[in-house]
Design a protein around this ligand. Structure first.
Ligand code: GRF
Length: 221
């Protein structure tokens, strides 16, 4: 039987990335099981999704903890008690403390809705849209002590069109988030990710599409 990586998922909001992970697991495309979901927000729609799929969850509200360290200590305790190996930040709005990073070294993934290192931090889709880039995208990376700075695992490139708004761009990016996050986790489950400094190499990886992209396209040029 295949090894299933044991996930702990951190959420704050809608949880559409959580849903995509659940769907990939249920379809047999992702060798993982979600052992525990933690939300800092009792109203998060992600919790409705957790209930629907019978996945255990815990709500930890910041106001019940004195410091960020106290909050993170509790998260570590809950995840460890659930046997979590890999932590998945799925729309979790909070920077992690050093003790959290040390508890799960190179075992915390985050998704960001831009092509890092461009547009880190909040409102990345709007920042890319306002800047006038021709491509943006999304990035799954291992978390480190910076904001959206850790080693990059996988990225998807998403074009911008003239008729786009920041919202249509965000929707197009989100669709790709839902594809690359489960893929990154599956690569981890298959033990194919090798981290060397900032570089994450994928073992047995075959380059299939080496062609550059252009937007607007270079038709007959
Ligand atoms: C996503 O855009 C993700 O990249 C960002 O927060 C959003 C979370 O969306 N970190 P959801 O809660 O997964 O729907």
């Amino acid at each position: 039987m295949k090894r299933r990586v044991k996930l702990g998922v951190l959420v704050s909001g809608s949880g559409s990335n959580l849903q995509s992970i659940i769907d990939h697991i249920e379809k047999g495309l992702l060798d993982a099981e979600i052992r525990m979901i933690i939300s800092n927000n009792p109203e998060a729609y992600a919790l409705v999704r957790a209930r629907k799929h019978g996945i255990p969850y815990t709500v930890l509200e910041y106001r019940d903890f004195g410091t960020r360290e106290d909050f993170d200590r509790k998260v570590i305790e809950v995840f460890n008690a659930s046997g979590v190996e890999l932590v998945i930040m799925a729309g979790f709005m909070r920077i992690l403390s050093p003790s959290f990073l040390n508890a799960f070294p190179m075992r915390i993934m985050n998704i960001h809705p831009a092509l890092l290192p461009s547009f880190p931090g909040m409102h990345a889709q709007k920042k890319a849209f306002d800047y006038g880039v021709k491509f943006s995208g999304c990035t799954v990376h291992f978390a480190d002590d910076g904001v959206d700075t850790g080693p990059i695992i996988i990225q998807a490139i998403v074009p911008l069109y003239d008729h786009d708004s920041d919202e249509t761009l965000a929707q197009r990016i989100l669709k790709e988030e839902h594809r690359i996050y489960p893929k990154a986790i599956q690569l981890y489950a298959e033990e194919k990710l090798e981290v060397a400094g900032r570089k994450v190499r994928v073992k047995d990886h075959k380059q299939t599409d080496p062609h550059p992209l252009h937007n607007p396209p270079l038709v007959n040029f």
